[in-house]
Write a protein that binds this ligand. Sequence first.
Ligand SMILES: O=C(O)CCC(=O)C(=O)O
Length: 288
Amino acid sequence: MSQPTTAAGNRPEHLFGQPSEEVTELVGDLYRDGIVACRGAFDREWVRELGEDVEAAFQDALARPGGAVGRGPRRHYVEIHPEQLRGFADLVSHPWVTSLCAAVLGPDYQIVEVGFDVPLAGAVNQPWHRDFPMPEETRQTGKLTSLAFNVTTVDTSEDMGPFEIAPGTQWDDSAEFGHDMFPPRPHYPRYESLGVRKYPQMGDISARSALTIHRGTKNHSQKSRPVLVLGVDAPGAGNAEHHDLAVTKGYWATLPQEVRDHLSCPVVDELTPIVQKHTIEGLMMGDA
Ligand SMILES: O=C(O)CCC(=O)C(=O)O
């Protein structure tokens, strides 16, 4: 059993436009670590509202067949439509989000996914994983073609089973990864030695490559730890086909042009609740 090799790129040679020094440094950190964060991007009141909207969407999804998908025991994932969140336009207009997307993915970046993970009390360690296989373009050129933003709706503490991520492993490449996403168990010591647990607080945003190897850990508390997921693609990255984002005509009319420019989803009379299709089969059983 051999350890993973590292793909071509871990330097941000693919910056779009002429970002400020601050954004250039941020992109450098993202290319190096596979994850970056913006502390206190929103106030707690904004996050409380987000938490209410996520909870309402979660209850709605649980009540519908196929409304929520398992991500392991006592863990759920739900994909939703943007207008289910009162704060959607604020989030996707936040300068930290827009400048990072533009610099990494280019000016025509596309929002392809809005959803949330809910690890409940009793959720167990997930297997180490990435969220999808490494795209051929990334393997060949070292260029990241998508970003996943996360916004916690609660203050994270150690007992809540924090998100754990192994910085730098977005470039790991191995024929031994199950489904090109799951490092086999003999690789675990590498991820355990690199792994960093994250304790985001209400108002923080993180951005990561979904390729950076990570896992949700065991929730020892009685609390759930809902976290919003915003998926953004470079043009042609292809993740939109795994998602069912749509907006109503009425909602579209309220959106500023700068937000519309990054939503290429259908504009419809009425929303259809999303039947989840982004299953990650290897996560269903949990790990330990
Ligand atoms: O626990 C988390 O915050 C993330 C869970 C996760 O990585 C997943 O379900 O794919």
